[in-house]
Design a protein. Structure first.
Length: 148
């Protein structure tokens, strides 16, 4: 598994794989039997890991940069109402996720939400009561017609 050091991974751990952590695998320490994920410095005991999944390369984010929502003005809103989450899914708006004062996900897409949880591309699930979801506004985007 040392071949994953330096790569983006999703780690499933806990007794029933109920916990997940995502980041760059920065260290695989066999002596301490721990791995470390960057940038948060999350340390997970190797004995608790059920699965380590390699995520898409960072270059995939360039697809977001081509999206009109990404190029719109730097106007963002904190989402509170279910319709805001519905609209973020419908319009495929970039959403950043904060936990307390830490950015834990930068401009990803929401693929599903319930009353209590939000699922983003890649399958990571966040609790609405534990995180703030910041949507990048589409205000000011001018769509050109193909008939012009």
């Amino acid at each position: 598994m040392k071949n994953l050091v330096g790569k983006q991974v999703m780690v499933y751990y806990g007794q029933r794989m109920q916990l997940t952590a995502q980041g760059t695998l920065s260290e695989w320490n066999e002596q301490e039997e721990m791995i470390t994920l960057a940038p948060e410095g999350i340390r997970i005991p190797i004995a608790q890991i059920a699965k380590v999944e390699l995520l898409e390369p960072v270059e995939a984010r360039s697809e977001l940069a081509q999206d009109p929502a990404y190029r719109s003005g730097n106007v963002r809103f904190v989402m509170h109402d279910p319709v805001q989450f519905d609209n973020a899914i419908y319009f495929q708006s970039p959403v950043s996720i904060w936990h307390k004062d830490r950015l834990i996900c930068h401009e990803n897409r929401i693929i599903h939400h319930t009353e209590h949880e939000v699922t983003i591309q890649g399958g990571t699930v966040f609790r609405k009561d534990e995180c703030q979801f910041i949507v990048k506004s589409m205000i000011g985007i001018q769509h050109s017609s193909r008939n012009e």
